[in-house]
Ligand binder design. Structure first.
Ligand SMILES: Nc1ncnc2c1ncn2[C@@H]1O[C@H](COP(=O)(O)OP(=O)(O)OP(=O)(O)O)[C@@H](O)[C@H]1O
Length: 510
């Protein structure tokens, strides 16, 4: 008997028909992957299963019994838990309170919660003090705190919506171990992700949601990442994004191949050169050289110093260097009010809903900064045309640019926020995880955006946990370990698969 059976599910938002006729089952102990392009309706489907959103039509059964939850609480009570994509946890709660919020222990004194919370945190291999306030945690661990919460509740089916999106490969492996344990306990898992190669290593079966129906229901063993990517976006085949010896980027001439020793001697086209970058106690002796039009990736474990290097470049952390030159001009590092201090602009996908008001329309989100009335009707028309063009170009799933930004799918919000941010990109910028949560086509669109800005000479530092993202976006990738760049990988002559393998291998060894 199926643990969960879903028949003929339908859901529309206004005129937008998201789920037209969705039928599938999840068996006990089965891990089922749910994939689809941005806006395909994956979160909507997960939310219906988890009682967060009501379906318009269709029938669900849980262990053979009719299942029609009226709320998330109702679903939890019936044994279905969800970790939502855009996790919001009350920042005033302690981690222990958050983890045990759905259990009979909720409301007990902190001293009584500490130990049971510790056990659950260990299960998701999250090394944080249960007394810490949630608001003090970095955003990427929210999904793991929520996963621990779901484990605390006696769930039979767990929906994990993009929990892996912000995790390092080693953390994804641990998350997969948690999913494996759930499966061995006979629980079912619905696993939503855009990180297809990693997902295929975990799941038993894959569902592709396309055009409002399950367009493919296949054992994972019968699929590979390339075929699955093509199925996801409904294209018969997708070209390899980067092939050996081919010029990597369109929109500009690829620089001549350089030896993989790094940094290379500085020349005319240097955008930024930093010698002996130090962040006291965290980073030591880092040399960076960015050429105009170059995309350089940085990755490493949480304690490697990679975030501190980025923080030094954006002026968020006090830092020192022996030499710092931006476009030929000497500059300094640090957080002082010093005019010459370097403060590279940075984009982060998890910055409080992208720094955008979710109630604003798409049109206003893209055209206005700061919010305020446009005075010139002609400029409004011109910019609205630009908005429509951007929305079409980025394949944003909406019927109108008057739709509120917050009603867009997570991936569509991210694409538009990034496009808006990149429109005012300066000489040298830092992008944190620019393709997080994006489908395979959207990842290419982001690469196109990168091609456009780099063609104009902008140099980009990409800070990421995702080896595929680094492989697809960057000309070279620095593996940071122990506060230093332990190794540079030149990506331009390699296939994405080869680059991913090297990054994972180097990051694991570091
Ligand atoms: N509350 C809402 N009001 C209006 N439209 C909505 C609402 N929730 C979702 N939608 C629309 O439903 C569609 C599906 O959204 P959903 O978040 O389920 O997509 P998704 O497949 O999870 O995408 P992603 O991969 O980007 O997270 C989107 O076009 C979105 O705009």
């Amino acid at each position: 008997m199926a643990l969960l059976q879903v028949e003929g599910l339908r859901k529309s938002f206004g005129a937008r028909r998201v789920l037209r006729d969705v039928t599938f089952g999840v068996a006990e102990g089965e891990i089922v992957g749910l994939v689809g392009s941005n806006g395909a309706g994956k979160s909507t489907l997960g939310d219906i299963v988890a009682g967060i959103t009501p379906a318009d039509a269709g029938v669900m059964t849980l262990q053979g019994h009719p299942y029609a939850p009226l709320s998330a609480g109702d679903a939890r009570h019936l044994g279905v838990g969800v970790v939502e994509q855009l996790v919001r946890i009350d920042p005033e709660l302690t981690v222990a309170q958050a983890v045990l919020s759905g259990t009979p222990q909720a409301g007990r004194p902190q001293a009584e919660l500490r130990e049971p919370a510790q056990v659950l945190l260990a299960e998701v291999t999250l090394d944080v003090d249960p007394d810490t306030l949630v608001g003090e945690l970095p955003h990427f661990v929210y999904g793991l705190v929520e996963t621990a919460r779901v484990l605390a509740e006696d769930t039979r089916l767990v929906v994990l919506d993009e929990v892996s999106a912000a995790l390092l490969p080693v953390e994804v492996t641990r998350l997969h171990a948690v999913a494996g344990r759930l499966s061995r306990q006979g629980r079912g898992v619905l696993y939503i992700s855009h990180r297809l190669p990693e997902m295929l290593e975990l799941v038993d079966r894959v569902l592709v949601l396309r055009d409002g129906v399950i367009a493919l229901d296949s054992p994972a063993a019968a699929l590979d990442p390339v075929r699955l990517a093509a199925e996801t976006v409904g294209e018969p085949s997708l070209p390899e994004p980067r092939v050996a010896t081919a010029p990597v980027r369109s929109g500009r001439d690829a620089p001549p191949a350089r030896a993989s020793t790094w940094p290379v001697p500085a020349g005319e086209d240097v955008a930024l050169r930093v010698r002996n970058l130090r962040v006291p106690g965290r980073v030591e002796g880092v040399d960076l050289l960015l050429r105009q039009g170059e995309v350089v990736g940085l990755t490493g474990h949480r304690s490697s110093g990679v975030q501190e290097i980025a923080g030094a470049l954006t002026g968020e952390l006090p830092a020192l260097s022996d030499e710092l030159v931006l476009h030929g001009e000497p500059r300094s590092l640090g957080t002082t009010a010093d005019e010459a201090a370097l403060r590279l602009p940075a984009y982060r996908p998890d910055d409080d809903a992208y720094g955008v008001d979710p109630g604003e329309t798409i049109a206003r989100t893209l055209t206005q900064e700061p919010w305020g009335a446009l005075t010139d009707i002609r400029s409004e028309i011109a910019s609205l045309r630009g908005v429509i063009k951007t929305v079409h170009r980025l394949d944003v799933q909406t019927l109108s640019i008057r739709t509120s930004f917050g009603a867009l799918s997570g991936g569509d919000q991210h694409k538009l926020a990034l496009a808006r941010w990149m429109a005012s990109a300066e000489d040298v910028v830092v992008l944190h995880e620019p393709t997080r949560g994006l489908d395979v086509r959207a990842r290419r669109q982001v690469r196109q955006l990168l091609d456009e800005v780099t063609a104009d000479g902008t140099a980009v530092v990409v800070v990421s946990v995702d080896p595929d993202e680094l492989a697809e976006c960057c000309d070279r990738v620095g593996i940071v370990a122990g506060g230093r760049v332990a190794r540079w990988i030149d990506t331009r002559e390699l296939s994405v698969d080869a680059v991913r393998d090297r990054i994972v291998e180097a990051a694991t060894a570091a």
